[in-house]
Design a protein. Structure first.
Length: 332
């Protein structure tokens, strides 16, 4: 998300809204375009939202499962990036290590989107911002209370405070804090504000949004039994909801463990917008793909130069020119 300016994000959000309201106008925008989707972590929402989005706009998506390329094992990340760049127009990666996404962006000659890493989940939070904007929430004044593990989702919420004037409160147990460097960066430059707290009740006080995620993310299954007693009180329930503003929205990035990080009644309650936010992953990601593949957003001139969005193209000014591979790579 650090690759976006506030104006660029507004453009992406405007484009997503236009696509959602007028899908027929964008039906052929990706004709002849192909997206490669690299998955180290399996996913429901990430895969279907990107693949359906490409299909709806006339393009094609190729799913590369963890065993298909074994990135960093059977072949180097650099070689995979260079090879895929000769076949496809854009790459999306859902990985464990954030360094893999960085290396793909470094070596690819086409744009690379971070579909998720252990450090960040930018597409999720961009879609969440879009959802809140749809609901009439003022993103420059809102208070977002994130209750749970200081994981990649929490990190991306912190980054959102660099783009909007919102206040992000992260309530997490000691030892499970979000990235302190991200917190320091926002506290230094704003325009938003970040607070790391130990009390879910303090975080929820007069909040506009209550947000949570699972206590043990994918890849942390071995820690689950250790984490359960630590996170037991970090739950969004009816009591916590009453501490927020009347009409506060409840969000969850899914998948959810009902009865753990969120109670069934709150998850299914009238203030929950969990499933609209899941749907909006597709609309927001279509806007990111449009921004990177077509380079023209709502209200911009045709051919306007665009920087990296939600992700990382090869260079700030766009994808690098295709180049002949070094002699040592011929025939691969």
């Amino acid at each position: 998300m650090k690759d976006l300016s506030p104006d660029e994000l507004k453009l992406v959000l405007d484009t997503a809204l236009s696509m959602k309201k007028n899908p027929a106008e964008y039906r052929h925008k990706f004709a002849g375009k192909t997206l490669a989707m690299i998955f180290q972590k399996p996913s429901l929402r990430t895969r279907v939202s990107f693949e359906a989005g490409m299909t709806q706009m006339g393009g094609h998506a190729i799913y590369l499962a963890p065993t298909d390329i074994s990135i960093g094992q059977r072949e180097t990340t650099e070689d995979i990036a260079l090879v895929l760049s000769r076949f496809v127009d854009i790459i999306m990666a859902r990985t464990f290590g954030h360094d893999i996404v960085i290396d793909l962006a470094k070596y690819a000659t086409v744009p690379v989107i971070n579909g998720l890493s252990d450090h960040e989940h930018p597409c999720q939070i961009l879609a969440d911002l879009f959802t809140l904007r749809e609901k009439g929430v003022d993103l420059d004044r809102a208070v977002v209370a994130y209750i749970g593990d200081g994981n990649n989702v929490a990190n991306s919420w912190i980054e959102s405070a660099r783009l909007f004037g919102l206040e992000v409160r992260i309530a997490c147990p000691e030892g499970y804090d979000p990235d302190p460097k991200l917190v320091a960066q926002v506290q230094k430059s704003g325009p938003g504000r970040v607070r790391v707290l130990r009390s879910p009740a303090e975080a929820a006080q007069e909040a506009d949004v209550l947000y949570t995620d699972v206590w043990a993310s994918m890849g942390q299954e071995a820690e689950r039994e250790k984490r359960l007693p630590v996170f037991r009180t970090y739950q969004i329930n009816r009591s916590i909801l009453r501490m927020a503003k009347p009409g506060a929205w409840v969000m969850h990035c899914l998948p959810a463990h009902r009865g753990e990080e969120i109670t069934e009644d709150v998850f299914e309650g009238p203030q929950s917008i969990v499933f609209p936010q899941a749907e909006n992953r597709m609309h927001l990601q279509k806007a990111i793909l449009h921004d990177l593949l077509v380079g023209r957003g709502v209200g911009t001139k045709k051919g306007a130069a665009r920087r990296r969005t939600g992700a990382r193209p090869a260079r700030k000014s766009g994808a690098r020119p295709r180049r002949a591979p070094p002699r040592s790579r011929r025939g691969r």
